[in-house]
Ligand binder design. Sequence first.
Ligand code: TGC
Ligand code: FAD
Length: 392
Amino acid sequence: MSYYPLTSIPDYYGIDALLTEEHKLIRQSVRDWVESFVMPQIDQAAQNHTDIPGLMKELGKIGALGPYIPVEYGGSGLDQISYGLIMQELERGDSAVRSAASVQSSLVMFPINEFGSEEQKKKYLPQLAAGEMIGSFGLTEPNHGSDPSSMETYFKDMGDHYLLNGAKMWITNSPVCDIAVVWAKNEEGKVQGLIVERGMEGFTTPETHNKWSLRASKTGELVFNDVKVPKENLLPGVTGLKEPLSCLNSARYGISWGVIGAAIDCYCTAVQYSKERRQFGKPIGAFQLQQKKLAEFLTEITKAQLLCLQLGNLKNDHKASPAQISMAKRNNVKMAIDIARESRQILGGMGIMGEFPMMRHAANLESVITYEGTHDVHLLITGLDITGINAF
Ligand code: TGC
Ligand code: FAD
């Protein structure tokens, strides 16, 4: 259970008036689910460095996997603002929960839906939407993170199958995935997408241990040692690096909304605590220094909400540019990590305890500010958009 009443979740600029009844219903149902399913167990999962049992099937049941994927393939056919609101509510629970849903939706279902064959869509999407199958997305490599175009993983055409070699690193859900959408170069050096299934000989998924961040999410490697991949597992609609980068647009958009949820969880906790905790004979919320923090948190959350709402409108109209998405991802993750760190101070010593969410969110957001393009990479994308000069 949250420490604060859910009625205190901020909507300072009346943004609700810009949402449809369907948006609000979706948000409420995910909010209720986070409250009853995620909140009671998330601290223990993170402390124990273990994922939440049955999470993907539960996410499937509430329609959080592939919300914008067409209904005929098991999705819910919802708009982009619904997707954003779902991500926001999930990340109020924990970034690991939002990560699970956004990787499955934006990085696994999205490329299969956009670039896959009809057979691939029918084979994988309904099971992924239900959470009966778990997917992962392999772009990053040990030697190439920000610079995916230099990837070394490659495959050769062996006539009746492809032979895949290489390794991916830092892959969300790799240790538990049933399939992986893997980006690799063909013999002409062109980036292509392959669906690799668990059980294919030579394919292993070692777990990455000892993370201080996203501890309720499994992370690992994808290792390919002469893996025979059937030809029908190539995504036919991929022309190069553009397609994997377009998956990132969808995931980065979801993160922009998601981190607002983490910030809201920290903000609401800090407001409640500041009214209850007394020092020098007064609630600490009566001191100007604490009020300044709270006022700035609410201002930043409100700005982030407005940024996302308009980005969602642009995305619904297929007009959101990658650079606009980069701006929202960069701004909102920084907003959330700053609020997590500062709000922890409002709780004094109690802020370091697992009973309160700040340390967990702050630690999680260290990953979120790094993955899906680092804070600095997104700044360079904006710089390129302004000047036309590539500074990478
Ligand atoms: P560059 O030459 O700029 O681009 C190659 C081609 O792609 C096009 N393009 C895009 N298309 C769609 N969406 C985008 N966001 C695009 N960005 C670029 C571009 O127009 C070009 O097309 P064409 O037709 O001219 O060929 O490529 P570059 O090699 O210079 O790199 C650009 C850069 C650095 C911006 C990009 O590679 C980048 O974004 N790097 C960051 C890497 C990254 O974000 N990795 C994420 C891995 S996945 C992950 O972290 C999952 S975490 C999941 C979780 O748990 O939630
Ligand atoms: P590097 O690229 O080595 O960057 C190191 C530093 O150098 C950064 O500060 C960066 O901003 C800076 N830098 C790099 N290039 C430049 C430049 N041109 N100018 C200025 N500064 C620069 N990847 C996947 O493919 N799938 C996943 O599911 C996935 N999940 C992840 C889960 C977690 C928990 C984490 C931490 C990462 C995950 N990633 C995943 C990988 C993530 O996308 C990369 O970590 C990220 O893109 C950065 O790459 P890197 O770690 O290799 O850092």
